[in-house]
Ligand binder design. Structure first.
Ligand code: SF4
Ligand code: SF4
Length: 292
């Protein structure tokens, strides 16, 4: 075990994640944009026995894994209690350039945004693998739930579809943000981001959650104002009733996929227009951010 790990495991893991995003050439949009896919990350931790994870069986779906379920599924030979596990979560903010480009769009994604959706997510996959690898080498069994062969998205009577592990819900548990009208997670670095997580057998104090409501940072729910994301959506998938996942998905595929192929010449898709040009784009919004 390294000295840094022994002294402060939270900082040790934060440094691994920060170094990867800030120093690794693998953090790239690829193609003509010889630049980073993501800016400085945020990192948070939640306990494996946090009651929120049991509650996700009600609020996400009965098939949503607890940290213990995905851990024991991955390591059937290891006997462990939920409280011995930690969930490591991170937020990867979109770059200023990506946000600025997508802000100009009114129907289809900017090329940088579409690249962040595809090649940026590849960065996120590499980061999950990197965190798992470093932990395992230090003697801490670890798994990235999103990369588990059994991860799947299922149909949901209540939510149209939901998955066996939600990165955004793990980030919420780790104090990294709350949900907005459009379903995106509003973090201290805003809603224009991607998120990832790893479950590990390691003792790390949980990050305090500076909220007690899952929609605390969204001005629509907290103050009854804003709703700016509604008008950003090109296909009417957002309203005061929330996010119409079916309309949103129908726009993503085939419409944005065809556009990305024809205009940017790679297989991809993306939208995220509701994540930019809104008060919660790059931080937790306050009333003054809402201009008429
Ligand atoms: S744009 Fe406004 S209403 Fe929409 S998620 Fe952000 S804060 Fe909430
Ligand atoms: S991602 Fe695009 S289509 Fe989906 S809700 Fe946001 S703006 Fe609308």
């Amino acid at each position: 075990m390294t000295t840094a790990l022994k002294a402060d495991p939270a900082k040790w893991i934060e440094d691994i994640i920060r170094d990867f995003i800030e120093l690794s050439p693998e953090n790239t949009l690829q193609g003509p944009f010889r630049e980073k896919a993501f800016e400085h990350p945020l990192v948070g931790f939640s306990r494996g026995d946090d009651p929120l994870y049991e509650s996700y069986k009600e609020f996400v779906g009965p098939y949503h894994w607890t940290p213990l379920e995905i851990f024991t599924q991955t390591f059937p030979g290891i006997r462990v209690k939920a409280g011995e596990l930690a969930v490591i979560s991170w937020i990867l903010p979109q770059t200023q350039a990506t946000r600025a480009d997508n802000r100009q769009q009114s129907t289809y994604p900017a090329e940088r945004w579409a690249r962040a959706r595809i090649f940026g997510e590849e960065v996120n996959v590499k980061l999950r693998n990197r965190v798992v690898d470093v932990l395992q080498k230090a003697g801490h069994a670890a798994v990235a739930p999103m990369l588990a062969a059994t991860w799947e998205r299922k149909k949901s009577d209540q939510y149209v579809f939901a998955s066996t592990w939600s990165e955004r819900h793990a980030a919420y548990a780790a104090g990294l943000g709350t949900f907005g009208l459009c379903d995106g997670l509003i973090t201290p670095r805003g809603k224009a981001m991607r998120t990832g997580s790893v479950v590990a057998r390691i003792k790390i104090p949980p990050t305090p959650r500076p909220y007690n409501d899952h929609r605390a940072y969204c001005l629509f729910y907290s103050q009854g104002i804003c709703g700016k994301c509604i008008t950003r959506c090109p296909v009417g998938a957002l309203s005061e009733n929330g996010h119409d996942k079916v309309k949103c998905l129908e726009h993503l595929r085939p419409a944005t996929a065809e556009y990305v192929k024809a205009n940017y010449h790679f297989d991809g898709y993306g939208c995220g227009l509701c994540q930019v040009g809104v008060p919660c784009e790059s931080g937790i919004p306050v009333n003054q951010d809402v201009k008429s």
